[in-house]
Design a protein. Structure first.
Length: 729
């Protein structure tokens, strides 16, 4: 630095001299100039940016010692110290070079007027400033406030740790659940997971990755497949009680009858689309067989009673006939012997009838005792069940609870029966809970509801309550039976996972926006240099600037992909749907990819369609999808051509992008639409990108009620088909 350039202490001498003090103060970087008078290190000048980020007034800085103004901040003694900054001054002077410090913590009050100190982090450097005699006379100290980056990184790490903890908790609950639980994904109902109870109930272990039809071919024609398909297609839960299923549970090819309670609960993604089904299954074969046995015995008793009534009627008729015979004996003595024989026969029949009646009464008593015993066995079984069970009568009031219910609530049977059990229901859930129960009771329909129930320790826990109507042996409605399961941990885990997903989406969006700012600055400076505003360029320099510009464009597109994916993932994409000409949309896409086609020497063809055909879509989104599909086709095609074809049906438009490139291996074809997935990965990747293009394109297509499919084989090119609904015109 020359003598005139050391001029923070000098003043201007004429209108043509530069006021370096003003230049230093207006510098966009946070600078502090200190005199080399250790240990005081007197402050000579400070830039406006330095005063702003440190919340100091320039008049309170100039002339004072550096560490008089900036003593050790409270609570940061172990994080850094004056020693680090002093050392950077001394080393910069001794080595005659710029010294960069690691990120330091130094807390500041919220304003220049003071207040509680807030956590701050700084990136610092120190460089010597030389005088006319070539000796160092001062130190230029630069700082940058990096607090936001440090805190954002910390928040991201905390969110990831919370999501992992929630996932571990959910896995534990899933694995240890006392009922069979499995998770199916996709319209083909492919097993993603199944807990030990589920595997024990169905008697099969190798389930993961198989579809229901592959794992259970013996269920064909039993109503299971249509129930799953309907739950996935409509999003409506399926509930069945004591459903008869013939299942090969031992693997010996022999189908065994079993009775099961089923719940098929659709699972939705954050956008509300059904993506799978949670299966909850309980084996109730023992209880069902006991109930059916009691019903059969009750029917036998009713039939026996009817027979007794018939026999009594016959006996009365016989007695009347005997009376007639007695009268006839008085008038016809000669027939007395014959009448006596008939009377003996009648008496014998009467004795047999009486004996049969007594036997029937004994059998009826045995049936009654068996029914009582069956009820006793049911209550023993219910009390041993791992879920809370209740029953209600014809008056809608609950009349019995199993022992797990009483243990869970810490109340006695007499406190719970009738409507007493509602004392433990959370007040905010009471009305909805009661309305669901009453409406289902009136319609004699099964129901499933969730509400908070107070546990014996006073804590309210979320319960999943399944209720079903019950009927007596004659088929008459007899009330309801229900079972409850604590699902609090499952709900908390689901909410934690959703919060972590939202945090991830917000972070991606924020980082994408922050990255675009310096990229725009790079683009602007490149354009200024290409315009030779800073002097003429050589051919090599111009070539280097072109490479910088291309790299900046690639990086900008990658960041835009991440930002678009974050918007889609957060559900913030807006669609402006209208009926537009498909011919008009496809005519313009060739111009967008012409430079790429010419660079690789590829051919391009487009089969024109009827200009009157319209598609109901957002034109900008269709153009974005087509640009992605064509760019991919060009990227993975080294020789040959790329073509666009289109055909229409009464309900949909199909646009095919076909290439003659390297194709897609079969094991990658199902995963290429997943986020951040590419056909080539690692060090062998020949094409750049984030792996988001196809994922974004498919989500945009589905947002317009359409879809994208892929067909390919390795080495034989690929066909990507965009499917969109027809317009109404």
């Amino acid at each position: 630095m020359s003598t005139s350039e050391r001029a923070p202490d000098s003043s201007t001498t004429s209108g043509q001299d530069v006021d370096y003090r003003a230049v230093f103060a207006a510098a966009p970087t946070a600078y502090l100039l200190v005199r080399a008078d250790a240990p005081r290190w007197t402050i000579l000048a400070a830039s406006d940016e330095y005063c702003r980020i440190t919340r100091q007034l320039r008049e309170k800085l100039i002339g004072r010692g550096t560490f008089e103004v900036f003593p050790e901040s409270h609570g940061t003694e172990s994080s850094h110290g004056q020693h680090n900054v002093r050392s950077s001054f001394e080393v910069a002077l001794s080595m005659s070079g710029r010294i960069v410090l690691p990120i330091q913590r130094y807390d500041l009050p919220p304003s220049s007027d003071g207040g509680d100190y807030a956590e701050h982090y700084w990136r610092m450097s120190s460089a010597p400033v030389r005088g006319a005699d070539d000796g160092a006379t001062a130190v230029l100290h630069a700082v940058e406030n990096v607090t936001d980056q440090i805190l954002a990184t910390r928040a991201q790490d905390d969110a990831i740790a919370a999501a992992r903890t929630a996932e571990d908790r959910l896995r534990t609950v899933f694995a240890e659940a006392p009922v069979g639980i499995a998770v199916l994904r996709g319209p083909e109902h492919r097993f993603e997971s199944a807990n030990g109870s589920y595997i024990e109930i169905v008697g099969r272990a190798a389930l993961i990755g198989k579809t229901v039809r592959e794992a259970f071919p013996d269920l064909e024609g039993q109503g299971i497949y249509p129930a799953l398909d309907n739950a996935y297609a409509t999003g409506t839960p399926f509930v069945a009680d004591e459903m008869l299923v013939k299942l090969d549970r031992n693997g010996d090819g022999i189908l065994q009858d079993g009775y099961f309670d089923f719940v098929y609960q659709p699972l939705r993604d954050p956008g509300g689309t059904v993506e799978g089904i949670a299966v909850i299954i309980t084996d109730v074969t023992t209880m069902a067989l006991a109930r059916m046995g009691a019903e059969r015995r009750a029917r036998a008793t009713a039939e026996m009673n009817a027979m007794l009534v018939s026999q009594q009627s016959e006996l009365e008729t016989l007695n009347a006939h005997l009376q007639d015979q007695a009268s006839e004996m008085e008038r016809q003595a000669e027939e007395a012997q014959a009448l006596s024989e008939k009377l003996e026969v009648a008496n014998e029949s009467l004795r047999r009838t009486a004996q049969e009646a007594m036997s029937a009464r004994a059998r009826a008593e045995d049936a009654r005792r068996e029914a009582v015993e069956s009820e006793r066995r049911f209550r023993i079984t219910a009390n041993a069940a791992p879920v809370l069970i209740w029953t209600s009568g014809l008056n809608k009031e609950y009349d019995w609870f199993n022992q797990p219910w009483l243990d869970w609530t810490g109340r006695k049977m007499e406190q719970e029966i009738g409507t007493g059990w509602t004392d433990s229901v959370h007040r905010e859930d009471f009305d909805a809970c009661l309305a669901t129960y009453v409406s289902s009771f009136d319609l004699r329909k099964p129901f499933s509801m969730e509400y908070r129930l107070r546990r014996a320790d006073g804590e309210f826990r979320w319960m999943l309550d399944h209720g079903a109507p019950r009927f007596d042996p004659s088929g008459a409605f007899a009330g309801y039976i229900g079972s409850c399961m604590d699902v609090t941990d499952i709900r908390l885990a689901r909410e934690a996972a959703e919060n972590a997903n939202r945090t991830k989406a917000d972070f991606l969006a924020a980082m994408s926006h922050e990255l675009r700012t310096p990229l725009n600055a790079i683009s602007g400076y490149v354009q200024l240099m290409e315009m030779e505003l800073h002097g003429p360029l050589t051919d090599k320099q111009r070539n280097a600037l072109e490479r910088i510009s291309r790299s900046q464009g690639v990086l900008a597109r990658l960041i835009e992909d991440v930002l678009s994916f974050a918007r889609i993932d957060a559900g913030h994409v807006e669609y402006h749907l209208a009926d537009v000409s498909i011919e008009g949309l496809l005519d313009g896409v060739e111009a967008l990819v012409s430079p790429q086609l010419e660079l690789k020497g590829l051919g391009y063809s487009y089969c024109h369609v009827d200009g009157g055909i319209t598609v109901h879509a957002d034109p900008d989104k269709v153009e974005q999808i087509m640009l992605n599909l064509l760019s991919n086709a060009i990227k993975f095609t080294d020789a040959g051509s790329v073509s666009v074809e289109c055909d229409a049906t009464p309900s949909e438009i199909r646009v095919r992008v076909r290439d003659t490139g390297r194709g897609i291996p079969p094991d990658k074809l199902q995963s290429i639409f997943e986020p951040f997935v590419q056909v080539e990965s690692g060090l062998k990747r020949g094409a750049g990108g984030t792996g988001l293009g196809l994922a974004i394109s498919r989500e945009l297509a589905r947002g317009m009620s359409g879809d994208i499919t892929a067909e390919s084989a390795a080495g034989k090119g690929a066909i990507f088909t965009l499917i969109l609904p027809c317009g109404s015109e």
